[in-house]
Every structure is written in C-alpha cells, then in structure tokens.
Design a protein around this ligand. Structure first.
Ligand code: IPE
Ligand code: IPE
Ligand code: MG
Ligand code: MG
Ligand code: MG
Length: 289
C-alpha cells in the first residue's frame, strides 16, 4: 500500500511540476508551488486510482484528474491555516504559506490553485471527451464551493465553542472533507458511464472522507507535531466541534471502526477488484500523519 501510494504521489508531483513549468511565469507561481510540492500524502489521488481500478480507467487520465484535486486540496489548506481561520504556522513540516509569503499572497495563491484545477481539467491534453470533462468540472465545482469545502469550513468555524449535535458535526465534516473524496470516487464512474453506480460511490466517497477527517481529529488529539507535520492538540484549544469533543476519544475510535465496516459492506459486491481501495481505507484508519 505504502509503495503504491508513493508511486502515485511521485507521478502526481511529476505531472504538477511539468504543468507549472508550462505556465506563464508570474510571481504567484512560487507560493503556489511551495504549497503544493513536495509533501502531502496524495491520498485523494490514491482513492481515484483505486476506484479507477474497479472501473478500468486509464492511470494516466486519473493522475491528471488527481493533480487537479490536489490543487484544490492545497488551496483549502492554505486558507485553512490563515489567521482568520485555524491560525496555523506549520503545514507539511514547513512554514504555512502565509507565514512564508504573507497573508495577501497566501490568499491569492490559494485562489489561483483553486482556479488552476479547472484549467487542468478543461485542457486538451486530458484525453477524455468534452461532455465527460464538463461533468467532472461541474461536480468538482460543487464539491469545492458552498455545498462542499467552503461551506463545511464555514460551519467548522461557526461551530467553535458551541455545543453542536452529532448530525450537524457529521454534516460539517462531510462537506469540508468528504465531498472532495466523493468526487474522487465518482469521477471514475462518470468516465466509465456506469451512471447507476454514481449514488453508491457518492456515499462511499463521503464516508471515506468522513473517516479521514475523524482520524485527522484523532491525530490532533493524541498525535505528535513532528510526525504529523502540523501542530497537534489545537482542536481542543479552539473549541472545535468534533466527534471527540462530543463523544470522547474512545467512542470516536469505536465509531470510526463501525464506519469502516459500513464502507466495506458497500464494497462487498466488487470482491477482489476493491482490494486496493480496502487497503487504502485500512491505511487511513491506522495512519499517524
Ligand atoms: C489535511 O489533509 C486536511 C484534512 C482534510 C483533514 P491531508 O492529511 O490529506 O493533508 P496532506 O495533503 O497529506 O498534507
Ligand atoms: C481542514 O480540517 C479541512 C479542510 C477542508 C482544509 P482541519 O482544520 O482539521 O485540517 P488540519 O488539521 O489543519 O490539516
Ligand atoms: Mg480547519
Ligand atoms: Mg486546520
Ligand atoms: Mg485537523
């Protein structure tokens, strides 16, 4: 699993480096690339490849789509670290973008990473037909904006230091993190045109994303800054509404394991073809960074 993840991370980074080299030289390229490379597990790209395996989608196309996803993800991290949001100085083991380049530059580099994702998906070099490209761009936009990342981040900040019920926490986490995972699970289905699987993979994606966020919260609770590459034990300080703050550490672990088994149930019909995806889910649950 680790070897496969490293290969995908490497191929995604190579693609992104080349893509940025082909761009017009501007002053924002440096902070954009700083936030994107190196570092980052590229777990979302791995999910794309794993689901792509079930639907027999070309690796090369998926790496390109994954590169777009990673740009949106990097944008969300730059903004997440800003003083008006989580106010974090460390990201991927180095200074967060606003600490390195200043706040206004970080905001603009974030905006540019968001829009470059649409540029990557709409380019001629992506060997998919235009109808499929439009569907992908439509979906990734939905997953990133007010009903996805941005909307979830809004709730995350709005919920600080408040008693928030279980369902609201889950909804917030599905939006801020789950939706982009949903995109990664649905993109291969869209490409294969097996539309009757779309809802199923939408749900599998949001469940995997939710699991991913719950483990991120667990890492914040008991992980080490050095290992995580970002400052831990901050959620409690900020009064973040998490499952840990609502249910406690132990019950959150129990919930995460139940969630995993639920996802496995949904994957049952795919048998061995879903083995890589199962391995990635196992990795997500056991990770410490
Ligand atoms: C961190 O995401 C932010 C969350 C959505 C929990 P990752 O843990 O995927 O961050 P990188 O890309 O590996 O640094
Ligand atoms: C961030 O969640 C989710 C995003 C959409 C960026 P966190 O705020 O928990 O992520 P970290 O812990 O700073 O990486
Ligand atoms: Mg946050
Ligand atoms: Mg944060
Ligand atoms: Mg966190």
């Amino acid at each position: 699993m680790k070897r496969k993840l490293n290969k995908i991370a490497k191929d995604t980074n190579i693609y992104l480096k080349k893509y940025f080299k082909s761009q017009k030289k501007t002053d924002l390229i440096l902070p954009m690339v700083y936030s994107l490379l190196p570092g980052g597990k590229k777990i979302r790209s791995k999910i794309l490849i794993d689901v792509g395996k079930i639907f027999k989608i070309k690796y090369r196309d998926l790496i390109q789509i994954g590169a777009a996803v990673e740009c949106i993800h990097a944008y969300s991290l730059i903004h997440d670290d800003l003083p008006c949001m989580d106010n974090d100085n460390l990201r991927r083991g180095k200074l967060s973008t606003h600490k390195k380049f200043g706040e206004s530059t970080a905001i603009l580099a974030g905006n540019s990473l968001l829009t470059i994702a649409f540029q990557i998906l709409s380019q001629k070099n992506l060997w998919l037909n235009d109808k499929i490209k439009i569907k992908l761009i439509n979906l990734i936009s939905e997953c990133s904006g007010h009903s996805g990342i941005a909307g979830g981040q809004y709730s995350d900040l709005n919920f600080e230091r408040k008693k928030i019920p279980f369902n609201k926490i889950i909804q917030m986490q599905v939006k801020k993190t789950g939706k982009l995972f949903s995109f990664c699970c649905m993109a291969p289905v869209i490409i294969s045109k097996k539309v009757n699987y779309l809802d199923k993979f939408d749900k599998i994606g949001s469940d995997i994303g939710l699991l991913f966020q719950i483990v991120d919260d667990l890492i914040d609770y008991s992980g080490k800054t050095r290992k995580a590459g970002k400052k831990t034990k901050k959620d409690l300080k900020h009064g973040k509404a998490t499952l840990i703050s609502l249910l406690g550490h132990k019950n959150t672990i129990i919930y995460a394991n139940k969630l995993k088994l639920n996802i496995y149930k949904k994957l049952h019909i795919f048998g061995n073809k879903a083995e890589d995806l199962r391995n990635t889910i196992e990795y997500i649950l056991g990770r410490s960074k």
